[in-house]
Design a binder for this molecule. Structure first.
Ligand SMILES: [Zn+2]
Length: 199
């Protein structure tokens, strides 16, 4: 899905129309996610991580998750239908659903939000550092790297991140034609990815 382009591409579907619409491209060539007006909610959001593959994640970025949180917090996601898709220049296709919206909101809640829990918030900050940003002061590098060429390793790390934060999301591998979904989990005992066919 256009992953060899030099900028990201995105499409989305709102509950108010059958049209699949193109996402606007914001700064730095990244997809922007407009906040729908009125009672409109997202049923589907898909975007690419564009070429070159050395400079993009093969999995969802932290910013991707934060963007979905922002939409959910504004009640702009149709939870009965919502799927977020990702296609990357690394050749990976993923989707996630929000299986526990209360938990997803709690993980990203700030001190001003009703669902804020200090322990959960602190853990999210620490896991963000561990998996996505590293810490300059402590000279630690993030585990998930844009220039990684090992997609399976990245997938395991992303699943570990979801588990470590108790994010409330379910991850799927999707085939190139986007009609076969396999729910994936990281089996840490065997260090393999377990797949459950969902069709
Ligand atoms: Zn992304």
């Amino acid at each position: 899905m256009f992953t060899n382009a030099s900028t990201e591409r995105g499409i989305y579907k709102l509950n108010s129309t059958n049209l699949i619409q193109n996402s606007p491209i914001g700064g730095e060539g990244n997809v922007a996610i407009p906040i729908p007006t009125g009672n409109q909610k997202y049923e589907m959001i898909a975007h690419t991580h564009n070429a070159p593959s050395e400079s993009t994640y093969s999995v969802f970025s932290y910013a991707d998750l934060l963007a979905m949180y922002t939409l959910l917090r504004k009640d702009k996601i149709d939870l009965d239908k919502f799927v977020a898709f990702l296609s990357t220049a690394d050749g990976t296709n993923y989707a996630f659903t929000i299986n526990n919206p209360t938990q997803f909101l709690k993980v990203f809640a700030t001190i001003f939000d009703a669902g804020f829990d200090y322990t959960v918030g602190l853990n999210r900050v620490q896991m963000r550092e561990k998996y996505y940003t590293g810490n300059i002061d402590n000279h630690t590098e993030p585990l998930i790297k844009e220039n990684s060429v090992d997609n399976i390793y990245d997938e395991k790390l992303f699943l570990d991140f979801l588990k470590a934060t108790n994010m409330g999301l379910t991850l799927f591998e999707v085939n190139d034609t986007f009609d076969r979904f396999e729910r994936v989990t990281h089996n840490t005992r065997t260090d393999t990815i377990d797949k459950n066919n969902c069709n």
